[in-house]
Design a protein around this ligand. Structure first.
Ligand SMILES: O=C(O)CCC(=O)C(=O)O
Length: 242
């Protein structure tokens, strides 16, 4: 029996939690195959320089496959426990790493620290914050692949962000203490998405894919410094009616 309150404490304290077996083997295999199908169909938006191919349209193309991951029962207690009804799906992105892959150190919500300072100037404004649920479809492991975080990275403002000096920011990230996770097929990593993180393959020929749901606590204004564009408003609050 999982103690939700202690997992919420862990998420708040460490900035991430690993949910093992978040998806059933059947769900995992079905979605793994559909992501590969999306690649066969050429539905990707692009393949970036670090080896990450991304797909932003899958929730709209195949809602029967992809919508169940939004507020999935395995992550619902954590999303609800952190954000309640204000939990809003910001964006939905699948990835495949077709070849060598070493992601740049990055934050999904780069603007977090400046928005926190900005919010403190006003009487009613609350600082915006976001959470990722990243579902994995193959086994990561030593020698295979991993997801790395900076230890307590959600609590430390990185230098060289405003304005960003990417080489210096990445060198700073590299020099910090790290925590390495090895999510397996069907696992989900729930994390506060201004934590600097870096995914990687340790074996270039492993198949590796994931689906990231970005959630935000509203309000986030248009143009806030986040890696993803919002999907809009209608129908994006998975817990509004529950
Ligand atoms: O494991 C990975 O490839 C990185 C995942 C990532 O960047 C994310 O979940 O936001």
């Amino acid at each position: 029996m999982v103690n939700i309150e202690s997992k919420l404490d862990e998420l708040e304290g460490d900035g991430f939690i690993l949910i093992e077996g978040a998806l059933s083997p059947e769900e995992t295999e079905h979605i793994r195959q559909r992501i590969n199908y999306a690649r066969e169909m050429g539905w990707e938006e692009g393949l970036n320089a670090v080896g990450n191919m991304w797909f932003d349209s899958l929730l709209d193309r195949e809602p029967e496959t992809y919508a169940p991951l939004v507020g999935h029962p395995s992550v619902r207690p954590y999303l609800k426990g952190m954000m309640g009804k204000q939990c809003q799906l910001r964006s939905y992105r699948a990835h495949i790493n077709p070849g060598p892959y070493l992601q740049e150190w990055h934050m999904d919500f780069y603007g977090y620290w400046q928005e926190k300072r900005e919010a403190a100037k006003y009487r009613l404004t609350v600082p915006p914050i976001g959470i990722n649920t990243t579902f994995f479809f193959q086994d990561n492991g030593p020698g295979l692949g991993h997801l790395k975080f900076i230890k307590n990275g959600h609590l430390i403002e990185p230098p060289h962000l405003y304005p960003i000096d990417r080489p210096k920011f990445e060198a700073w990230c590299e020099a910090q203490e790290h925590v390495i996770l090895y999510p397996k097929a069907g696992d989900c990593v729930v994390f506060i998405n201004h934590s600097p993180h870096q995914g990687a393959k340790e074996r270039d020929d492993m198949e590796r894919s994931n689906v990231v749901c970005h959630y935000q606590v509203t309000p986030m204004y248009e143009g806030i410094w986040h890696v993803s564009r919002p999907r809009g408003y209608e129908g994006t609050f998975p817990f509004a009616k529950q």
